[in-house]
Design a protein around this ligand. Structure first.
Ligand SMILES: Cc1ncc(COP(=O)(O)O)c(C=O)c1O
Length: 450
């Protein structure tokens, strides 16, 4: 850190005039020109806010209310929203650069790829850039198939890797896949954390196993001890590759640079996106071993992306990595995560009728409520107390808490106090979805899926 200033000190330095009429217009236009059901779902969960100002761990609704952002676009704002150092790097980049020419070699791409090689686990040292997480996973799967000349890709039930072609074929939720079938052939899914089921599928036709070390969209399911190491060993025996999707878990989210470090496992391919863009631009990276580069060397034009790793985005991503390293954000996330989990476990102990389980790693927490309706209802009550927290589209009984890693102790306390107050309101039957502490009507079925 440059000085003793709290990491999130800039967050409150905001000058902002609310505009409720503009908010209503935005909601009306969204319903008319994008999707009315999304507006209904968000309203019923008290989440019909229109983001106006954004700073650090906080976001302001156009109507002037301030929220501690505990969703962060599913872990996309690790360095905080509009971190001033990253905004300054973006200004500087915009003064000099643009996307750049994807066909030429680029200084910014080269610098970022070299930096990623420094911070990636093990011998992962080569990079292909993309624009988003799905694209990064698509390329990971292409590389695995191309390098092994094998067809089979094994992913997990409730796993989430994006909505592009190969990534969607690996989705562990049939609701996402089924309307678009037939998808890519050669994809199978097994239960996450079930070593035996995985070992039975890995064979001489397997190109790769694709896993999130902690399932995010699937409801914050942490890989059991030994699971990743067993899968790694089985892949090695069969000559298959291990792809770890660190799109939500990477860049310090779990209290380590990469979640794979908790398990002492190095993948062959790792995908990164979301927070790499510093909350300002979209950029993703598929990082892989030197051995796999052998496939790419004779085929430098076999995978192209006009905007993937644009010069501006690379310059911003470089500063994201510098900020994480120089402000000690990974260690800070571990410390704040430990405070957050202590508080959440205490609350769960006091209210076993509401919270069945608290799980996760670092600043990636999943609250398993005792029943489905509690997810949307708690989202509503937390919003009333200034916390933006979203239940899982996959499983409404699970709420994900993934604040920015710049969150400070006082903000963790704010979150825990809001949890207490929200449960109190829920039990008192306050709010549109409550009657004597029970659901009066079920909130519209959710679909936030990221
Ligand atoms: C683990 C994981 N992989 C992939 C993706 C897809 O990323 P994108 O939405 O940028 O395509 C997500 C998005 O939430 C994700 O959480």
């Amino acid at each position: 850190m440059e000085n003793d200033r709290p990491l999130d000190a800039w967050a409150t330095e905001i000058d902002f005039i609310p505009d409720p009429a503009a908010k209503q217009r935005a909601l009306d236009d969204f319903a008319t020109y994008l999707n009315p059901q999304k507006v209904r779902v968000m309203r019923s969960a008290g989440l019909d806010l229109i983001e106006a100002e954004r700073s650090g761990a906080w976001v302001w609704d156009l109507d002037g209310r301030r929220f501690l952002d505990c969703f962060t676009s599913a872990g996309s704002f690790n360095t905080g929203r509009r971190n001033p150092r990253i905004v300054a790097a973006a200004h500087e980049a915009l003064d000099r650069l643009d996307h750049g020419n994807f066909l030429l070699c680029s200084r910014q791409k080269a610098e970022l790829a070299a930096r990623l090689a420094q911070i990636a686990p093990g011998d992962l040292s080569c990079t292909m850039f993309g624009t988003g997480g799905g694209e990064a996973n698509d390329f990971a799967i292409k590389l695995a198939r191309g390098a092994t000349r094998r067809p089979k890709i094994i992913s997990t039930i409730n796993g989430y890797h994006g909505h592009t072609g190969f990534a969607l074929s690996a989705a562990g939720r049939s609701a996402f896949r089924q309307p678009f079938e037939p998808l890519m052939p050669g994809f199978v899914q097994v239960p996450f954390g079930d070593t035996q089921a995985m070992l039975e599928e890995i064979d001489e036709n397997t190109a790769a196993v694709l896993l999130e070390p902690v399932q995010g969209e699937g409801g914050i399911i942490v890989a059991p001890a030994g699971y990743l190491a067993d899968v790694r060993a089985a892949c090695d025996r069969a000559g298959a590759l291990l792809i770890l999707d660190e799109i939500q878990t990477g860049l310090g989210r779990t209290g380590k640079w990469w979640a794979s470090e908790h398990y002492g496992v190095v993948p062959d391919i790792m995908t990164i996106a979301k927070s790499l863009g510093g909350s300002l631009v979209s950029i993703s990276a598929t990082v892989f071993s030197e051995e796999l580069r052998e496939f790419m060397i004779p085929n430098p034009f076999i995978h192209l992306s006009t905007f993937g790793g644009s010069d501006v985005a690379c310059a911003i991503a470089l500063e994201v990595i510098n900020v994480i390293e120089e402000t000690g954000l990974v260690e800070h996330a571990a410390a704040m995560g430990s405070l957050m989990f202590d508080g959440l476990h205490e609350i769960a102990g006091e209210h076993p009728d509401i919270i069945a389980e608290v799980r996760g790693l670092g600043l990636m927490a999943g609250i398993q409520y005792a029943e489905d309706s509690l997810g949307p209802r708690m989202s509503y009550h937390l919003a009333q107390h200034g916390v933006l927290a979203i239940y899982s589209g996959n499983q409404p009984s699970v709420m994900r808490l993934m604040p920015s890693l710049v969150i400070e102790e006082a903000e963790v306390t704010f979150l825990l106090d809001a949890m207490h107050l929200a449960i109190k309101d829920l039990k008192a039957g306050v709010g549109p979805n409550e009657a004597h502490g029970r659901a009066k009507r079920r909130p519209a079925r959710p679909a936030p899926a990221t």
